[in-house]
Design a protein around this ligand. Structure first.
Ligand code: URA
Length: 210
């Protein structure tokens, strides 16, 4: 597994505004959308392509197009939905699968309540959208589902990551073609499993408290 922390002034600028407890839902949504598109640019750096030539008005140029099968984007319900538009903006041809996991507030252990993924992912690049890599339990479960179905690569796009979560995923997928792309690795988790300093509950800030 590899971790890529995107060190770019625009990313840090948007992340700083996103962290601000004073940012309202509308601002939080649009900042998330913009930030994901910036992260997606780096997350797709190794996407599979195939060579093509194209006829220009004055000649022939060599180029590439995305390889088949098309990539699969997997937003993790519910907060990952807030990242979907930002990702499909760069990959409009991608297919989208959905996974829902519920985290027990006491044990922090995740269980699956929705699994809408293709049965066979052989040869496919996959992109998991989960804003907060906290304990890593949820992300490790989703990555396992994709690896077990034959995905060629799994790239998790996370707004923020905690060192504890990264260590968890690293230990589980050390030898796999797995990457985590994030805007920041924060200090730690608190005793409620929140990332510190973090940005609070991403799902609540995107969609409101249930
Ligand atoms: N999930 C969140 O939404 N926020 C955190 O800080 C950790 C997990």
């Amino acid at each position: 597994m590899r971790t890529l922390v995107i060190d770019h002034p625009l990313v840090t600028h948007k992340l700083t505004a996103l962290r601000d407890a004073a940012s309202d839902t509308a601002t939080f949504r649009s900042l998330t959308d913009e930030l994901v598109t910036l992260l997606a640019y780096e997350a797709t750096r190794e996407i599979r392509v195939q060579p093509v030539s194209v006829t220009t008005p004055v000649g022939t140029a060599s180029g590439v197009k995305l390889a088949q099968p098309v990539p699969l984007i997997v937003p993790v319900l519910r907060a990952g939905i807030g990242m979907l538009d930002g990702m499909t903006r760069l990959l409009p041809m991608a297919h989208v699968g959905f996974v829902g996991l519920r985290r027990d507030e006491e044990s922090l252990v995740a269980s699956t309540y929705a699994d809408r993924l293709p049965a066979d992912l052989t040869g496919r690049d996959t992109f998991v959208l989960d804003p907060m890599l906290a304990t890593g339990g949820t992300l490790a479960t989703v990555i396992s589902m994709l690896v077990n179905r034959g995905a060629a690569s799994v790239t998790a796009v996370c707004l923020l990551a905690a060192p504890e979560g990264l260590r968890h995923v690293e230990a589980a997928f050390a030898a796999d073609e797995v990457r985590v792309v994030t805007a920041s690795v924060d200090e730690r988790l608190n005793d409620k499993g929140y990332i510190v300093p973090g940005l609070g509950d991403a799902g609540d800030r995107l969609f409101g408290r249930i």
